[in-house]
Ligand binder design. Structure first.
Ligand code: 16G
Length: 245
């Protein structure tokens, strides 16, 4: 970045001009996904702009999701995520989906315990008075990239010890003979709240897909009620359609 070309009088606010320069550097490949930006003080010296202006420009691009900031290590061009195509008609688990693609699975745990159920959980799981609910909430990541936030609720007898789930919920349910064999899934659009966007490493308000899955045993009993938020920039859901008979 050089000092040349900044024009306070005709080209709009200086921080916007700097934002355009940074965006151009990314668009032309001078800066690639994951590359680091010079420290604020160096950028100010290079461009002749004040540190306040540099900070404002960088903060704006961070809020838009074009740059990411990591405490202690600096500012980087946001890594691009590879889009994943996910079949909608198969009842598979996140772990299985990633294993099939040869990818790793990591969870960041938000909660893994028995709770007093919400009215929504009582309804969805058909819980009785005084029943608790097993709740496991996690950020699901693959190869280090956060892809979804999943909040799964299960009847307490299906998962008496939620801390038992380490990687795969379905693997634990399978061992107990309680893996769902059928599920109903609903998908709707959602703009991610600041907190959820932060957990997923995207800009606040970014597009997400809200997915609700209700999983059933062969007997018709509900064993899983899961609400998930998937990153809109990372998933394509695909399903094969047939003519109605
Ligand atoms: C999938 C399911 C989720 C299920 C999880 C189990 C969707 C939207 N969600 O992510 O309902 O709880 O798999 O995965 O597909 P696990 O066995 O890897 O824990």
């Amino acid at each position: 970045f050089s000092a040349a070309g900044f024009d306070e009088r005709h080209a709009g606010p200086l921080y916007l001009q700097l934002q355009r320069r940074i965006a151009e550097a990314v668009a032309t490949g001078q800066l690639g996904p994951g590359d680091s930006l010079p420290p604020e003080r160096d950028m100010a010296a290079m461009t002749g702009l004040s540190r306040v202006t540099v900070r404002k420009a960088v903060e704006g691009l961070v809020a838009q999701g074009q740059l990411v900031q990591r405490r202690g290590s600096g500012t980087f061009v946001a890594p691009q995520v590879e889009r994943l195509e996910q079949a909608l008609s198969l009842l598979t688990s996140f772990t299985e989906d990633m294993a099939r693609r040869g990818k790793s699975v990591e969870s960041i745990w938000l909660s893994r315990a028995l709770h007093v159920p919400s009215p929504e959980e009582v309804m969805a799981l058909g819980l009785g008075a005084g029943d608790r609910v097993a709740r496991i909430e996690r950020v699901r990541r693959s190869d280090g990239v956060p892809l979804a936030i999943e909040r799964a609720s299960l009847p307490p007898d299906v998962l008496p010890d939620p801390a038992e789930v380490d990687t795969s919920l379905y693997a634990v349910l399978h061992l107990r003979g309680l893996r769902p064999v059928r599920a109903v899934q609903r998908i709707s659009a959602a703009n991610l709240s600041a907190r959820d966007a932060d957990l997923l490493g995207v800009a606040s308000g970014a597009a997400g897909l809200k997915i609700e899955r209700i999983g059933y045993l062969r007997s018709g009993r509900v064993v899983e009620f899961t609400r998930s938020l998937y990153r809109g920039d990372a998933y394509d859901f695909a399903v094969e359609l047939k003519l109605p008979s």
